[in-house]
Design a protein around this ligand. Structure first.
Ligand code: ATP
Ligand code: MG
Length: 296
């Protein structure tokens, strides 16, 4: 057997992408960029270039970003304590001010700037923009022990998306813009509510009838009991992993969001390692993929 030379290999990799590009052209892909995956400028740049490539081949990426560690840093500098329940940040009015400053002011602007530096035509939005994400306060029910009634936890100004109005996103798609959305929703009285970005991404994926929901985080994907990467998972397995508490913290909203999106017609949900360069392209355009995939 002859050895494949470098240029053959490169050509083969490019050709491998062709059926995927054909399949996804004209489709919307909602990408959640986790705050934990924003490790350094080089990675941010690689993420931006991946998005621009998608847009260039006729796929519509919609970006929703997180910012947990970035919010944590500013709160620390301001000497305000952080508290989490099941991966959700407890949000007082004071914390909400910081959440908006960091998510809308800092993180959103830096992603938009990086995309536009490379000709990405990105537009920064939040859930307030043109009624994009109407939210209500989230009441978290926490299972205490078997046989006992669940405990209801008040997380303060934390919301869940109730209605999404994706019209503004559709308008931007037609104009070949890339929307970048900060996960702050508008409450019934016009107030801002802090929403876990996974929830916003999932609600938008459902509302836009997206082909895929892709969540970029800081683990190789969903890990099993023995720290093994689970490359493919059914809905039943996902629920079992949460019941067994193999999945905890920030991975809980992520799995619930994937299940919800699948129930609303999104064809597949992916949890991938945003700390790896080109993770998005590899997951979408190669046969192997890189993280965990859940199919409807
Ligand atoms: N079984 C599991 N497999 C993988 N990660 C898990 C599992 N159980 C819990 N986790 C935790 O979930 C975390 C990912 O969620 P987290 O909310 O911290 O990040 P993110 O959502 O990517 O970022 P942000 O919240 O800023 O948007 C992992 O870093 C890991 O600690
Ligand atoms: Mg999270």
């Amino acid at each position: 057997m002859f050895m494949e030379n470098q240029s053959d290999l490169r050509a083969r990799t490019l050709m491998e992408a062709l059926p995927y590009i054909r399949r996804f052209a004209g489709q919307t892909i909602v990408v959640k960029y986790g705050g934990h995956a924003m490790v350094d400028e080089e990675l941010k740049e690689s993420f931006a270039l991946n998005l621009i490539l998608l847009r260039t081949v006729g796929i519509y990426p919609v970006v929703v970003h997180g910012g947990g560690p970035q919010i944590g840093n500013l709160l620390k500098r301001l000497d305000i304590e952080s508290e989490f329940v099941d991966g959700m940040r407890v949000t007082s009015p004071e914390v909400m001010d910081v959440v908006k400053m960091v998510l809308i002011g800092e993180v959103n602007t830096s992603i938009v700037a990086m995309l536009n530096q490379h000709g990405g035509n990105a537009v920064g939005l939040s859930g307030h923009s043109a009624g994009l994400v109407q939210a209500e306060k989230l009441k978290l029910t926490k299972r205490v022990k078997d046989g006992q009634p669940p405990e209801i936890v008040d997380l303060g100004l934390v919301g869940k998306p109730m209605t999404v109005n994706p019209q503004v996103l559709q308008t931007l798609e037609h104009g070949k813009f890339i929307p970048v959305i900060a996960p702050v929703g508008q409450g019934p009285d016009g107030e801002s509510l802090n929403i876990n970005a996974d929830l916003v991404a999932s609600a938008l994926a459902s509302g836009l009838r997206a082909q895929k929901l892709v969540l970029l985080t800081d683990t190789p994907g969903v890990m099993g009991d023995k720290q093994n990467l689970i490359s493919e998972m059914t809905k039943v397995q996902a629920r079992e992993l949460m019941d067994k508490q193999t999945v905890t913290g920030g991975m809980i909203p992520k799995l619930n969001c994937c299940l919800d999106a699948l129930d609303h017609g999104v064809a597949s949900a992916h949890i991938i390692d945003g700390r790896a360069k080109n993770a998005l392209l590899l997951e979408l355009f190669t046969d192997q993929g890189v993280g965990t995939i859940l199919k409807g």
